[in-house]
Design a protein around this ligand. Structure first.
Ligand code: NAI
Length: 681
């Protein structure tokens, strides 16, 4: 049995010694629900390791005392207060020194991993001689690249020799999470074992002290001086297809670091620190860290405790309803899905099945979720559901007719929500006995990918219902954003003028690919023309027409002509681009073509101008939430930190002058919103 040896002098760690004279060190960060390697946690660890070096137990097993898992990573808060390169390098250097000390301990060391071991937590595990993972709960990863940096506590130095360069670079360049079974297969952990056997297995490793694992064969050879340049070239090419170096420098820095220094680990350690320090104080990392905190903030808007939800009933099994239903079941809820038509329901089940297969892989898990998704043509689920989501055609009479029939059958206290993207709540709710309880849950397509859900509400919408709708989003792991019921809400409203400007450009003779390229160069995830084709030109036209009735938006003739001639985009095989089997047909590109000088400004300033208007009108309550919503709802260049942040960084007055010039050159649709002139930001 483990027992405490001394009075515990540590705030963030608990040290015990067992009958075999093995030291068990529990990470237990004070006043926190999860472990992170903040400066004080690392400092104490250093002291403890020095103590152990003197006491010389048989071995050391590091584990977590938290239910939330092993260790989540470095303390990201510390990234936001760095003074400069030297300051950053010192912070990283201290972390490296602690893990070096762990690695140098003259005894077997084991990381016993349950739950998440991410970033710095994973690097701590890599500095141990052995790693053992709970086969059910452990999730391992080095996701630093998602914050615009790369591992800095020796991860880039220790991982490639352990599992080989191909797997190591893949893990660090994608930042993906690895299950414990996969980790055992690739040699990232020594064993993946059931929870009940974890401690014995860890003890066994200490007592047997086998030769530590290391990459073998070609996986090890790729780390060799002669092969690295070739492999690095290949990796750079792979990465360049996903992210541009000037937007996202971290993956390129990581490849350079490995290619140049892998043969000299001590030097590589110093270079790793210098490289992370350079990255972390740069704009990209600072903005990605900002996005991380925006995401946390949006998560915190919903509190799961505000809603007890077990059963969701979705009405309308089309593109949206079907996918919303499938997603809710995947997140653990019982879901009944209603449609008028059997074939539609069969399609929903089929699509859900392929989603689950992709996400869960194991047939037994897929079956488990399929059991929770129940086709319900007669709508029996209405009476049992805690939340009813309507996602039928975008038609006022159809929706109102449905509400009249559904409302009286709902459980008292259940939520009625609509996924409408353009009909004002105040119109839809006219037929309800309790109109102030109708709320919008506006999901985005594709549901399984897009994290944002706009919570649409009127000024008099029942506050409790809004709270519950936000809680619901957290139950299904989506990000809620409260928005006013006004045309286009937030996301479609900022997106549409930008899309339409792209169409104007095409109308003027600019090739579609050149328009899309300009937006991609700015950092948008997909060009606006391809996006319009993907959403469907008929849908774009109808949203644009609705917006044009109230906002400064005109629908380009070109769009009307295309819709009239049946060119609806990807789904019809022909839009601005041609599609075969849903895939874009490769286009001829004229390399000599020079686009108009203001091509990017024309698109992006319409986006920014509309964002400014939304803030001024209070569509969203504040600038940060607007940025979060736009990033998670449209993919707006995350490394720029959001439209309002971008305006602030670039200087509002300068940008307003550019907008005034655009108005002068291209007309009233560029008229700067009033928000540019008042104190708002
Ligand atoms: P859809 O046309 O693909 O599907 C509508 C489905 O509702 C059809 O399967 C139809 O059989 C069913 N339906 C119609 N009346 C019904 C009734 N009385 N009872 C049961 N089922 C009925 O439509 P989609 O695209 O899924 O849109 C649904 C809603 O979601 C609309 O309000 C739309 O504005 C909104 N929305 C659409 C997005 C998109 O990208 N398509 C994005 C966000 C919101």
């Amino acid at each position: 049995m483990a027992q405490q040896i001394t009075e515990q002098p540590y705030k963030n760690w608990r040290l015990e010694r067992d009958d075999h004279d093995i030291a068990w060190l529990y990470a237990d960060k004070a006043e926190a629900s999860a472990n992170v390697l903040s400066a004080d946690v690392l400092e104490e660890l250093y002291e403890i390791l020095s103590q152990l070096q003197r006491d010389r137990p048989q071995g050391l097993i590091i584990l977590s005392a938290k239910r939330s898992g092993f260790i989540l990573g470095a303390d990201i808060n510390e990234f936001t207060t760095l003074g400069g390169q030297a300051d950053a390098e010192a912070l990283i250097g201290r972390g490296q020194a602690v893990l070096d000390r762990l690695e140098a301990l003259d005894m077997p060391t084991v990381a016993l991993i349950q739950g998440f071991a991410l970033g710095g937590g994973m690097e701590l595990a890599l500095a141990c001689r052995y790693r053992i993972a709970d086969e059910d709960s452990a999730k391992l990863g080095l996701p630093e690249v998602k914050l615009g940096i790369h591992p800095g506590f020796g991860g880039t130095v220790r991982l490639p020799p352990l599992i080989g360069a191909p797997a190591a670079m893949d893990m660090m360049l994608t930042g993906r999470m690895i299950s414990s079974r996969a980790a055992a297969k690739m040699g990232l952990v020594d064993y993946a074992v059931p929870e009940r056997r974890l401690k014995d297995a860890a003890k066994h490793l200490v007592l047997q002290s086998p030769v530590p694992k290391k990459a073998k064969g070609w996986q090890a050879w790729v780390n060799h001086d002669l092969l690295r340049p070739l492999m690095a070239m290949y990796l750079r090419k792979q990465v360049s297809g996903k992210a541009r170096k000037d937007h996202y420098p971290a993956p390129y820095a990581m490849i350079d670091l490995w290619a140049e220094h892998m043969s000299d680990p001590r030097r590589m350690m110093r270079e790793e620190a210098a490289s992370v320090a350079r990255l972390v104080i740069g704009d990209t990392a600072q903005n990605l860290v900002r996005v991380f905190f925006l995401q946390e903030r949006m998560k915190a808007l919903g509190n799961k405790r505000d809603l007890d939800v077990k059963h969701v009933h979705v009405i309308g099994g089309g593109v949206m309803g079907g996918d919303i239903a499938a997603w809710c079941a995947l997140r653990g809820l019982t879901v009944t899905i209603q449609d008028r038509n059997h074939e539609t329901l069969a399609r929903v089940m089929k699509r859900a099945h392929s989603l689950y297969k992709k996400k869960l892989k194991l047939p037994r898990l897929v079956m488990g979720v399929m059991d929770r998704l129940i086709p319900d043509i007669h709508g029996h689920g209405v009476a049992k559901a805690d939340v009813v989501i309507e996602a039928i055609f975008e038609n006022i009479e159809a929706k109102q007719g449905l509400y009249k029939e559904v409302e009286p059958r709902m459980k008292p206290g259940a939520i009625l929500a609509t996924n409408t993207s353009s009909i004002p709540l105040e119109v839809l709710r006219e037929v309800l006995a309790q109109p102030t309880r109708l709320v919008g849950l506006h999901f985005f397509n594709p549901v399984a990918k897009m994290q944002l859900v706009e919570i649409v509400r009127n000024d008099d919408t029942d506050a409790e219902v809004v709270k519950q709708a936000m809680a619901f989003c957290r139950h299904i792991d989506r990000l809620p954003l409260p928005v006013k019921s006004a045309p286009g809400f937030l996301v479609n409203r900022v997106l549409m003028p930008y899309l339409l400007e792209a169409v104007h450009l095409v109308e003027e003779g600019v090739p579609a690919w050149a328009v899309d390229k300009a937006a991609l160069d700015f950092g948008m995830p997909m060009g606006p023309i391809e996006l319009a084709d993907t959403v469907g030109l008929d849908i774009c036209q109808s949203v644009a027409t609705i917006l044009s009735q109230q906002l400064n938006v005109e629908v380009p003739q070109r769009l009307k002509q295309m819709v009239d001639s049946g060119k609806l985009g990807r789904k019809s095989g022909q839009g601005f681009y041609s599609y075969a089997d849903g895939k874009k047909v490769k286009q001829e590109i004229d390399k000599e073509y020079v686009p108009p000088r203001d091509i990017t400004d024309r698109m992006m300033f319409r986006f920014l101008n509309e964002a400014m208007a939304c803030l001024r009108e209070g569509i969203v309550e504040e600038a940060d939430l607007l940025d979060g919503g736009v990033i998670f709802g449209t993919g707006f260049a995350p490394f720029r930190g959001g439209p309002m942040h971008y305006i602030q960084e670039r200087g509002r007055d300068d940008l307003r002058r550019t907008l005034e010039n655009l108005e002068h050159n291209h007309g009233g649709r560029f008229k700067p919103d009033r928000g540019w002139y008042d104190g708002n930001d």
